[in-house]
Design a protein around this ligand. Structure first.
Ligand code: BYC
Length: 325
């Protein structure tokens, strides 16, 4: 429906302007907020950047859950800093989306009433400390794989936000790997916890890259516009190829009996996630969808007095300035 809307709006754009716009993209130029852009380009960016921003904000919940229970003061400080970074990423991304003519409040309202999505991965629970390692290692690892190419995306504000985000994400991935390594090298019980976390989070991490290419509605147009730089399957394969040797180094087993190196392709052959589970999760039926949205709605409602107070203060200041002029 949304894709159809974008298509019909794109066809309404002036063909000459569209051709000139595409030529700029093909030449590797950055598109800036005040430049002419097709309505479909603007809407696709709002959808993708907004969804990405929401993922950063909702993504604080499964990890925030473990801050008070981190095993040492050092781990607590590191996790606190990481979760705080995710809030910052959300803010850079909301700012980038705002340059396209949508407000942060509008985006938030669309998240809260279910009109906008956030990454499927955050609808899975984090059950114990090993999950903090697996989230950093796998989830941030998948996020970087997706986001490094987005540093070259065609929309200037998005591309610049991604450069900063990627620097922090690589620290996040390393801290996760360090947590899981410590668990994998620990007591038999700790190693078992690390394996269990990998077993539960492997397929949800593969799902982060989106549906297989044949089911990806937006990829073709988004790649032509350089809003996306790679297909979902290309990035998923890169992630598998990078992560399997890391699991082997840790002495952990990727929960895929058919996983094997394919000499001819120069890649691992792997089993796809259960796509019916993926579509179920993004339609709101994952294990934690209700809790995540309830937590964000509560935060929004609880923060109303702060927003109202800030707005009243700004209005008063503007009125005083107006009276003095
Ligand atoms: N989850 O046509 P497709 C992070 C939807 S968080 C939910 O391939 P597209 C982090 C898709 O929206 C990582 N929905 O879509 C934070 C579409 O539905 P609609 C977030 C998904 O957009 C805290 C439909 O499926 N990263 O880094 O071309 C702590 C068809 O898909 C998902 C980003 O957002 C999903 N996984 O490609 C730690 C990166 N996948 O909208 C880490 C930027 C697909 O038509 N985003 N859908 O109703 C992208 O690169 C792309 O949007 C995607 C999907 C690759 C995710």
């Amino acid at each position: 429906m949304y894709a159809q809307m974008i298509k019909s709006e794109a066809t309404q754009d002036d063909p000459e302007k569209l051709a000139a716009f595409q030529a700029r993209i093909d030449a590797g130029e950055k598109i800036e907020p005040k430049d002419w852009m097709p309505e479909g380009y603007r809407k696709t960016l709002i959808r993708q950047i907004g969804q990405h921003a929401h993922s950063e904000i909702v993504g604080q919940l499964p990890e925030g859950n473990w801050i008070t229970r981190a095993p040492t003061l050092e781990r607590k400080a590191i996790l606190l800093a990481k979760v705080q970074d995710e809030a910052g990423h959300g803010l850079y991304l909301y700012c980038a989306a705002e340059t396209l003519g949508v407000t942060r409040d509008e985006l938030t309202e669309m998240l809260l009433d279910g009109r906008m999505k956030y990454s499927s991965i955050f609808n899975y629970p984090t059950l114990n400390w090993a999950d903090m390692g697996a989230v950093g290692w796998l989830v941030d690892g998948a996020a970087i794989m997706n986001q490094v190419p987005l540093q070259r995306t065609s929309f200037g504000p998005y591309s610049r936000a991604m450069i900063r985000i990627c620097k922090e994400e690589s620290f996040h991935q390393r801290q996760g790997y360090d947590v899981i390594r410590k668990m994998a090298e620990g007591t038999p019980e700790q190693k078992k916890m690390a394996q269990d976390a990998l077993n539960r989070l492997w397929y949800p991490s593969l799902m982060m890259f989106g549906p297989s290419d044949k089911d990806s509605v937006h990829s073709a147009q988004s790649m032509a516009w350089k809003i996306k730089m790679n297909t979902n399957d290309e990035l998923r394969q890169k992630f598998v190829d990078q992560t399997v040797p890391q699991a082997e180094y840790l002495g952990l087993t990727v929960p895929d009996p058919d996983l094997k190196w394919n000499e001819e392709r120069g890649h691992y052959d792997y089993t796809d996630p259960d796509w019916s589970e993926f579509f179920d999760v993004i339609q709101g039926n994952g294990p934690c969808n209700t809790d995540r949205l309830a937590a964000r709605n509560k935060a929004w409602d609880d923060g109303k007095w702060v927003r109202d107070g800030m707005l009243a203060h700004a209005r008063k200041k503007a009125a005083r300035k107006h009276a003095a002029e």
